[in-house]
Ligand binder design. Structure first.
Ligand SMILES: [Fe+2]
Length: 259
């Protein structure tokens, strides 16, 4: 059983890159589940219902997100309607949407629990993602041992710490948000596949997916700057996790960088 996880899709260039690579990746790896972090898929910030539908049509089974999910207001109502789109689970209950779900792509096939969490270091002051992750895993375990956590966080230490905290409890802990793929993929001793950051899907001639001149303008002047997704040298970043559906333990992890 394979889970394909694709790192943050940045705007139209990222969506085009995903559309061109996904059929080839599917053919080669035959993933059972396809997960895409989509928080920046609309213009580089946020997501719209139309673009979420476009990503489902391309082959995504579940969309995860992060702090930018709130950038486009039209997604709020959609978050309440569409169970396949997740926002981080550690926001207050009053916000739209849900932070986890159990998904079955083929009738009678394996079920995958997906948990989306946001870090707290240099980010929002949210509910403790560590304690909540273990609580949600206990809830999901009744339905399936296969559980993937998308931990949308800024610092490597917080992501690494959650990996250890969930070793043997989750099938995989995959980091997102920093848009630079890390090379530390491994299977932790108790069977959890771990990667600090899956990277991004978008233009490589950029600063984390945004036109480099605009990012530099912000750094050089400290003035507000309009950011646009960069189209040049697109690449798809992601990771493939192999797991035993009977135990939920990971048996393989492989990073993907397609350009
Ligand atoms: Fe983010």
């Amino acid at each position: 059983m394979k889970i394909l996880f694709i790192g943050d899709v940045i705007g139209e260039p990222g969506r085009r890159c995903l559309a061109s690579w996904l059929p080839r990746i599917k053919q080669e790896h035959q993933p059972t589940f396809i997960l895409v972090n989509a928080e920046n898929a609309a213009g580089g910030f946020g997501l719209t219902p139309e673009i979420a539908q476009e990503l489902f049509k391309l082959g995504a089974d579940v969309l995860t997100s992060g702090n930018h999910i709130w950038d486009k207001k039209q997604i709020y109502g959609f978050l309440d309607k569409e169970a396949r789109l997740l926002r981080p689970a550690n926001y207050p209950d009053a916000v739209p949407g849900k932070g986890w779900g159990v998904f079955e792509v083929t009738a009678g096939g394996p079920k995958l629990g997906v948990i989306n969490l946001e870090g707290r270091v240099y980010m929002h002051t949210l509910r403790d993602p560590f304690t909540l992750a273990r609580e949600l895993i206990q809830t999901i375990k009744v339905q399936t041992p296969l559980i993937l956590v998308d931990f949308h966080a800024e610092v490597t230490s917080e992501k690494r710490a959650l990996g250890w905290y969930l070793d043997g409890l989750a099938t995989a802990v995959i980091g997102t948000h920093t848009h630079v793929q890390t090379a530390d993929e491994e299977i932790l001793p108790q069977g959890t596949a771990y990667l600090t950051d899956a990277g991004m899907t978008g233009g490589r001639n950029s600063v984390i997916g945004i036109e480099k001149e605009e990012a530099l303008h912000r750094f050089l002047t400290q003035m507000p700057t309009r950011f646009t997704p960069a189209p040049d040298r697109p690449w798809l970043n992601g990771v493939i996790i192999e797991a035993d559906p009977a135990t939920g333990r990971a048996t393989g992890i492989q990073r993907l960088q397609c350009s």
